[in-house]
Every structure is written in C-alpha cells, then in structure tokens.
Design a protein around this ligand. Structure first.
Ligand code: SF4
Length: 323
C-alpha cells in the first residue's frame, strides 16, 4: 500500500515539472491549449488510457491526470506584462475624466435609498445599449423628475409617454416596452425590488449578459462575471488579452471576450475593469482613430499605431508617441 502511494506522489511531481510554462504571466502556445483540453477531457472520463499510449494504464495514472488538469486550469493564459498594461491604463485614467465617470450607470440614482437606487440602476442599464452615457444619464434624470424611477409608477404610465420621456435613447420605443414589462415583473415577483440573480435578470426582456453582470455588480455588489461591453471587447482584443477558445485568434463576440478574460484576470479586477476600460475607450483607445500618439502604453501595446487612422507611426519611432 505504501509503495502505491509513493508511486502516485512521484508521478504527480513528475508531471508538474514537465510543464514549467503553466505559470501566471506566461502566454501559453497552441500546444498548451491542446494539452489542457486533452487532460481536461481525460479528467472527466471514466475510460482507461490505452496501454500503448504510455507504460501503464493503472488507476494510479488516472489519478495523476486529474491532478494535472486542476493545476493547469487555474494557472494558464495570463498574457505577458498584463499587469504593466493595466497599471498604465489606470495611470492614464487618473489624468483625465471620462463620461462614464460622471454619467455612467454606476451613477444612476446614487442619492436614492438602496431599493430605489437598484431600480434606477436596472433602468439605466437597460437604456444604455447603443446609447451614449450622457444621453442615458439625461433620460434617467427625466424619469426621476417625473416620479418614474419606481416600478409601480412606470406600470401605470402608458408606453408612448414613457418612450417620449426617454427619447433620444437608442431604440427608445422598444426599450420603453421592455422597461414597462420589467417593472411589472419587479412588482409581481420581487416585491417592487429588482431580481437578485443572474438567471432572473437574464429572464427580463432586453437584458443580456453584459447588463446582467453590470447590474449584479453595481446594484447588488455581487460581481459574478465581467461586464463586457463594446469598449471592453475592443480594447481587450487590441491589447492581445483575449482569444477564441483553443486558438490565438481574436474573439468575435463580447461573450467570448468575457469568458476569455475571466480565465486569467484576478477576480478583484472584474468589477473595476469595466469602468476603467470604458473610460479609456471613450477618451484614448477610441473605436476609430485611437489616440496612440498620446497613449501612455503605446510602447507595450501590440496594436499601437496599427490601425489605419492612427497618427503617423513615425511619431512612435521618434519617441513622440509617449504621453
Ligand atoms: S497604443 Fe493605441 S491601440 Fe494600444 S491601447 Fe493605446 S490607444 Fe489603444
């Protein structure tokens, strides 16, 4: 019995030493991804490994694989120098205000009691898609001035009046319909409060994963995932922080970006990363014509000066790109 235990321990140690690249801070290559997938599949399978693939197919070997899988899952895929990049972005954001800092959903109903504030955050978030922060903020203010940051009051208001009040929020007519429906559900199922789980938030029409995660973070102080909007999606790809599962290709949807980021970004960064990158995207790393010339991380960003409308790349060579 002692002999079996010793064998098992030796094997676990052997495998850990064979893969020194599985450390935070080292970008894994394609082989690493393939390795993880294979091992993960083995760990949940009850099949025995064919004897031809190794010297032994004993139960001892199966346990070794389960242990390796858990080590790999926790420690892979943090991009090289991500901490320096993140620190650089934080410094840039300290030097100037962005619309999200004063008009974002985080600020909705900030002076209201907790329950009313949660409702204001939900409504603000539902209006925020395809709409500038300033426009959403003004619509929330108008609702407040008309006593409509309250689910009961909204249910008693006709849809056309509601739509006119939130106009020019993007898709304001459709959003007025969704807000009325959400208000009715808040009243009937949640005692006038908003849902407190991702599942119940996602069940509301007009609320997708991005909004649900934001509401959980802001309204309930219960961050369960990263809120990835268009800014977080775009900038994460420009920084080379995210990849489609098992590839080195850019992600193509915010959901892919969220899942890729959550694999390596420390959880205490999950909530602040959204307003951080949103503000960065509103002021410096803009969708069109990113201001690489005045960006403080242009010497470590893999996309610096690569987009057609960026300032002249010669600026970087001459060292004029540093802020
Ligand atoms: S260097 Fe350019 S692309 Fe890179 S983060 Fe800065 S603004 Fe964005």
């Amino acid at each position: 019995m002692n002999s079996v235990k010793t064998k098992r321990l030796n094997r676990v140690l052997e495998v850990k030493e064979e893969h020194p690249k599985k450390r935070v801070g080292i970008v894994p290559d394609i082989e690493d991804f393939r390795y993880v997938k294979t091992e993960a599949q083995t760990s949940v399978s009850t099949k025995r490994v064919p004897a031809s693939s190794n010297k032994s197919s004993s139960p001892v070997r199966l346990e070794k694989k389960i242990r390796v899988s858990s080590v790999v899952k926790v420690e892979v895929a943090a991009p090289e120098n991500w901490e320096a990049v993140l620190e650089g972005i934080k410094n840039i954001r300290l030097s100037g205000e962005a619309p999200v800092d004063t008009k974002g959903c985080e600020k909705a109903g900030s002076l209201l009691p907790p329950k009313e504030r949660r409702f204001a955050v939900l409504i603000s978030t539902m209006m925020s898609s395809q709409t500038k922060d300033e426009v959403t903020h003004a619509a929330v203010e108008r609702l407040g001035e008309n006593g409509l940051l309250d689910p009961d009051a909204i249910v008693r208001t006709d849809e056309a009046t509601l739509a006119n009040l939130i106009k020019p929020v993007g898709f304001y007519q459709r959003k007025a319909q969704f807000i009325k429906e959400a208000s009715r559900i808040c009243l009937e199922r949640f005692g006038g409060d908003i849902p407190d789980t991702l599942t119940d938030l996602l069940a509301l029409k007009g609320v997708g994963p991005k909004m649900a995660h934001l509401v959980m973070s802001i309204a309930w102080k219960n961050t369960q995932g990263i809120c990835v909007d268009t800014h977080v999606h775009r900038i994460s790809n420009r920084l080379g922080w995210v990849f489609r599962e098992g590839t080195k290709q850019k992600t193509t949807t915010p959901e892919q970006t969220r899942m890729s980021l959550e694999k390596w970004l420390p959880k205490d960064e999950w909530e602040p990363i959204n307003p951080l990158l949103v503000g960065f995207g509103q002021t410096i790393c803009t969708p069109l014509r990113p201001k690489c010339g005045s960006c403080g991380i242009n010497t470590i960003c893999p996309s610096a000066f690569k987009e057609a409308s960026s300032p002249n790349p010669k600026q970087k060579k001459r060292g004029l790109g540093r802020s």
